[in-house]
Design a protein around this ligand. Structure first.
Ligand SMILES: Nc1ncnc2c1ncn2[C@@H]1O[C@H](COP(=O)(O)OP(=O)(O)OP(=O)(O)O)[C@@H](O)[C@H]1O
Length: 555
C-alpha cells in the first residue's frame, strides 16, 4: 500500500465524527491494506511496533524536528519548527506546511525502492532500522533516516508520519474501533476478535489472522509464555457493591508494590511490568525464586513488594527504585529485599485459564507454586463481618487494604471491569449513641455483642435508631464494652437489652441509605466499630440532620 493512500484514509477518518462511520472507514482501509495489513492495523492507532515488542522507536521530539528542518525546501531551522509547533500545537500541521522534499538531489537515503511513491512497507522498514540504531553516531543515523523519509513525503504524508513517529496520531481510532473494524472488514464476530486480542495483544496478528483464517483461525490464537498480556484492572468499590453483585466475594490482601507478570517456560523466566515493559533484569531474586519454586510452563500475575528484614512491607516507592535503577541491581539487592505475591494464574501446563473462574485459577496457582508464602491468601465468603476481620488483619500486617474479587469471573486482560474491586476506605465516621444491645451466643454469651446505634434528634432531644454494629470488635474489646455498658442497662427482654444513652461509639460505614426500619429514617450499610468516644457525652453525638446531609452528599 502506498503511504499516500494510508495518509488519505487517515485524513478521512480524522474528519469523521460518528463512531460507526470511523469503524466503517477503518474497515475499508484494512480491506485495501493487502500485505501491509499488520503494519496498517498498528499505524492507524499510532503504533509502529506491537505493544509487547521489545523494539521501541524511542525518538526524542528534537530529533524529529531536526529531520523536518533538514527536509524543508526553504531555509528552516529546528527553532522555526518549534515556533510553529508552539502556534499550532500539532506537529502534523507543522510538517504538512513545511513544503518538504527540497533536498531531492541529496536523497541518498530516501525511498529505497527508487520510485517516487513512498510505501507503507518502506516507512515501516526505515522506522525499524531507526529503532535498531544504537551506539556512537546512532543519533545522526536516526536523523538521516527520518530526513530521508520526510524528504519523500507530500504534505499530507508528512502530517501523519510526523504524528506517527512522535506517538501523536490522534485521529480518533482507539483499540475498540480497531477491534470492531477487524470484525467488520473480515466478517468475524467482535467477540472472537476481542478474545484473540486479549490473548495475543497484537493488533496486526489478529487482523491478518481474521482475514486469512477467519473465526477458526482467531480461536486458535492462544496465550504464549514469553508474550505479555495486559493486566486486568480494578475499580474502586465497597463491600456492599461486592456482596450485592455477587453471591460471595473473594477477599484478598491489597499489596503495596508493583504489578508483575511472570512468564516461565522451563528455560527462561521473563518478568513484565504493568505496562508490559520487560523488568526481568531488575528483579534477579524473583527470577531465582520462580526457577526454584514454580512449575513450568506458566504465566502468573502478582505484585512484587519490597520488605524489611522482618518481612514487613515497605512503601512501594522502594520497589520503584529497583525498576528505575536497572544498572546497579546487585548493590540494590543487598539494600532492598523483594518478594513475589502471586494472585492469579493465567496459563499452566499448556492450558489457557483466562476463561476459568477466579477461584479455579487460584487453585491452579496454589498447585504450580510450591511455596505458599508467595501466593496470596484468599477468603471466599458472603459474610461482611468476615471481610472486615480479614481487612483488619491485612491493615495490621502493614498492607494497603483489601481487594474484593468476583470468585466466578474470568480474567479479562486490560479491562477495568466490575469484577475486581479495590475497597474504598470509609470516608466518614459518625459518633452515635449506644441505646441498646444484644447478649452474644455460645462463647460470647456473657458479653454484649450487637449494639444498637442512635443519632440525636436536635428538635426533640431524643435519640433515634439508625442501625446496629457488630463488626470490627475483638473479643477483648467486647469484654471492655460490656463492662462499660452494663451499668446503663434499663431493661432486658430475652437477649435484647435496652440501654440509657450514655456511651458514644465512633462508627465507620460504607453508605447511608433511607430506611423504614429505623426511627431516624436512615440506615448504615456495613457499619464498623472504630472506637469508644470517651471524650463525648451523648448530647454531643451526631444528629439526624448531619446524617441527612451526608446522605445527600453521597449523591
Ligand atoms: N491482590 C491483588 N489483586 C490485584 N491487584 C493487586 C493486588 N494487590 C495489589 N494489587 C495492585 O493494585 C493495583 C490496583 O490498585 P491501585 O488503584 O492502587 O493501583 P494504581 O496503579 O494506582 O491504579 P490502577 O491500577 O487502578 O490504575 C493493581 O494494578 C495491582 O498492581
Amino acid at each position: 500500500m502506498e503511504f499516500g493512500s494510508f495518509a488519505a484514509h487517515a485524513a478521512d477518518v480524522e474528519a469523521t465524527d460518528a463512531d460507526l462511520d470511523v469503524v466503517a472507514k477503518v474497515a475499508a482501509l484494512f480491506g485495501e491494506a493487502g500485505d501491509d495489513l499488520a503494519v496498517v492495523a498498528r499505524f492507524v492507532q499510532g503504533r509502529v511496533f506491537p505493544a509487547h515488542s521489545e523494539t521501541k522507536l524511542d525518538i526524542g521530539p528534537r530529533l524529529c524536528y531536526e529531520a523536518l528542518a533538514r527536509a524543508a525546501s526553504t531555509n528552516v531551522t529546528v527553532e522555526d519548527v518549534e515556533d510553529r509547533l508552539a502556534e499550532t500545537g500539532d506537529i502534523g500541521e507543522v510538517a504538512a506546511n513545511l513544503d518538504l522534499g527540497g533536498q531531492a538531489g541529496l536523497g541518498a537515503f530516501a525511498a529505497d525502492s527508487g520510485d517516487d511513491d513512498l510505501t507503507v512497507a518502506e516507512v515501516y522498514e526505515d522506522l525499524t532500522a531507526l529503532a535498531a540504531a544504537e551506539g556512537d553516531g546512532s543519533q545522526d543515523e536516526k536523523v538521516t533516516l527520518l530526513f530521508g523519509l520526510f524528504n519523500d513525503c507530500s504534505g499530507e504524508e508528512a502530517r501523519y508520519l510526523a504524528r506517527l513517529v512522535l506517538g501523536e496520531m490522534r485521529i480518533g481510532v482507539g483499540e475498540g474501533a480497531v477491534r470492531d473494524a477487524i470484525a467488520e472488514a473480515f466478517d468475524v464476530p467482535v467477540e472472537a476478535a476481542e478474545r484473540a486480542l486479549q490473548v495475543s495483544n497484537d493488533y496486526g496478528l489478529v487482523a491478518v489472522t481474521a482475514r486469512d483464517e477467519g473465526e477458526d483461525g482467531l480461536d486458535e490464537l492462544h496465550l504464549e509464555v514469553g508474550r505479555p498480556v495486559q493486566a486486568m484492572l480494578a475499580q474502586a468499590g465497597t463491600v456492599t457493591d461486592a456482596l450485592d453483585e455477587w453471591e460471595e466475594a473473594a477477599v484478598e490482601t491489597k499489596f503495596d508494590g508493583a504489578r508483575v507478570q511472570v512468564h516461565w517456560d522451563g528455560d527462561e523466566v521473563s518478568l513484565y511490568s504493568r505496562n508490559m515493559e520487560d523488568v526481568t533484569d531488575a528483579l534477579p531474586e524473583l527470577v531465582e525464586f520462580v526457577e526454584e519454586h514454580v512449575d513450568a510452563p506458566v504465566i502468573l500475575d502478582g505484585e512484587v513488594v519490597a520488605v524489611d528484614d522482618d518481612g514487613s512491607p515497605l512503601p512501594f516507592q522502594e520497589i520503584l527504585k529497583r525498576f528505575r535503577r536497572k544498572h546497579d541491581v546487585a548493590e540494590m539487592r543487598d539494600e532492598i529485599r523483594v518478594e513475589l505475591n502471586a494472585f492469579d494464574c493465567l496459563h499452566a501446563h499448556g492450558e489457557d485459564l483466562l476463561d476459568e473462574p477466579f477461584r479455579k485459577r487460584h487453585e491452579r496457582l496454589r498447585d504450580v507454586v510450591d511455596d505458599d508464602s508467595a501466593v496470596s491468601e484468599i477468603l471466599v465468603t458472603d459474610d461482611a463481618d468476615e471481610i472486615a476481620a480479614f481487612e483488619e488483619r491485612a491493615l495490621e500486617a502493614g498492607h494497603e487494604g483489601i481487594m474484593l474479587k468476583d470468585p466466578d469471573a474470568a480474567y479479562t486482560p486490560g479491562d477495568r471491569g466490575k469484577h475486581w474491586l479495590k475497597r474504598k476506605p470509609d470516608v466518614e465516621t459518625l459518633d452515635l449513641v449506644v441505646t441498646g444491645a444484644e447478649w452474644g451466643e455460645g462463647r460470647r454469651a456473657s458479653f454484649l455483642g450487637t449494639f444498637v446505634l442512635s443519632a440525636r434528634d436536635e428538635e426533640t432531644g431524643e435519640y433515634a435508631t439508625i442501625g446496629k454494629v457488630a463488626t470490627g470488635i475483638t473479643d477483648e474489646e467486647l469484654a471492655d464494652l460490656t463492662d462499660l455498658l452494663e451499668p446503663h442497662i434499663r431493661s432486658e427482654d430475652g437477649q435484647e437489652v435496652d440501654l440509657e444513652p450514655a456511651v458514644v461509639f465512633e462508627v465507620g460505614y460504607e453508605e447511608i441509605q433511607t430506611s423504614p426500619t429505623y426511627e431516624s429514617g436512615y440506615a448504615l450499610r456495613f457499619p464498623r466499630f472504630v472506637t469508644v468516644r470517651e471524650d463525648k457525652p451523648p448530647e454531643d453525638a451526631d444528629t439526624i440532620e448531619r446524617v441527612e446531609r451526608l446522605a445527600e452528599q453521597q449523591g
